[in-house]
Design a binder for this molecule. Structure first.
Ligand SMILES: NC(=O)c1ccc[n+]([C@@H]2O[C@H](COP(=O)([O-])OP(=O)(O)OC[C@H]3O[C@@H](n4cnc5c(N)ncnc54)[C@H](O)[C@@H]3O)[C@@H](O)[C@H]2O)c1
Length: 266
């Protein structure tokens, strides 16, 4: 029987109780990893630990915006599973607001959860990865870190910074055999993007995507797992986009479609 891709590997997944994070936890466990699920909501984390079995996955309560919590998370991982091979920085929050109206507290919190958390986790985990002879870091940013969305200033800034920080990690730690890459999803159906459903905007949103649908959390989890695996052994500092073709377009109007409409209306 073929050995599982992550047999003997230990991973941390932040924001691992819902959406893309939960799908990633399941994918890694399925492929043989021991995973620490880092999140704030105890009832969800404990239920997932119970379901997957505490020999494969344990829950560690952690607010990723708090450095002491992240240090405790890394210490708990070492205590439970003896080391760290894979760090998936996935926890994130959205935020809407034009610059003049944006409460600085909201700006700071968005940057803290989406960006500072990545620094805290890498700072704590890298020395342990070095001790193991290497490792893989996968940061979850967004297409909104590569390009801007109207009114998403703090989110755009935080995700853009994560992308360049990942490149910085990649070059600084290439000689330590630590790879760092970033995955940039477009719209994925998760609790984070549910606001689009609540506003009844899902159909309109999906219309802008060449594939005419949102992604599924498992589709992103499979990419994260690939990047974290030895199959991606020569890949570091890369940004992998999974957005149904959204960012392949310039954003200019669909001229043939517009002309069709004009001809139809005479
Ligand atoms: N869903 C999308 O359309 C989409 C698109 C692009 C990027 N992303 C990114 O994917 C990642 C995962 O999001 P998702 O879509 O699965 O949504 P989600 O809301 O299901 O997942 C985000 C997780 O992060 C956790 N989290 C938030 N703040 C935290 C904190 N301070 N400490 C610990 N955990 C915290 C949340 O509780 C949640 O479990 C995020 O970084 C998000 O920005 C999502």
């Amino acid at each position: 029987m073929k050995e599982k891709r992550f047999a003997g590997r230990v991973a941390i997944v932040t924001g691992g109780t819902t959406g893309i994070g939960e799908a990633t936890v399941r994918q890694l466990v399925d492929e043989g990893a021991q995973v620490v699920i880092a999140a704030r909501r105890e009832e969800l984390g404990i239920a997932l630990e119970k379901e997957l079995g505490s020999d494969r996955a344990i829950f560690q309560k952690c607010d990723v915006a708090v450095q002491a919590d992240v240090e405790t998370l890394v210490a708990a991982t070492i205590k439970a599973f003896g080391g760290i091979d894979i760090l998936i920085n996935n926890a994130g929050v959205g935020c809407f607001g034009y610059t003049p109206d944006l409460d600085p507290a909201v700006w700071h919190q968005t940057i803290a959860v989406n960006l500072h958390s990545v620094f805290y986790a890498c700072k704590a985990a890298i020395p342990h990865m070095k001790r193991r002879g290497g490792g893989a870091i996968v940061n979850v940013a967004s297409v909104s870190g590569l390009y801007a969305d109207y009114g998403f200033t703090a989110y755009n800034a935080s995700k853009g910074a994560v992308i360049n920080y990942t490149k910085s990690l990649a070059i600084d730690h290439a000689q330590d055999n630590i790879r760092a890459n970033v995955v940039c999803p477009g719209l994925v159906d998760t609790p984070l993007s549910d606001i689009i459903n609540q506003l009844k905007l899902h159909d309109l949103w999906v219309e802008t995507i060449p594939m005419k649908r949102a992604g599924r959390p498992q589709e992103i989890a499979r990419i994260i797992a690939f990047v974290a695996s030895d199959e991606a052994s020569f890949m570091t500092g890369s940004s992998i986009v999974a957005d149904g073709g959204l960012s392949a377009a310039t954003g200019q109007p669909n001229l043939p479609k517009l002309m069709e409409k004009m001809n139809a209306s005479g």
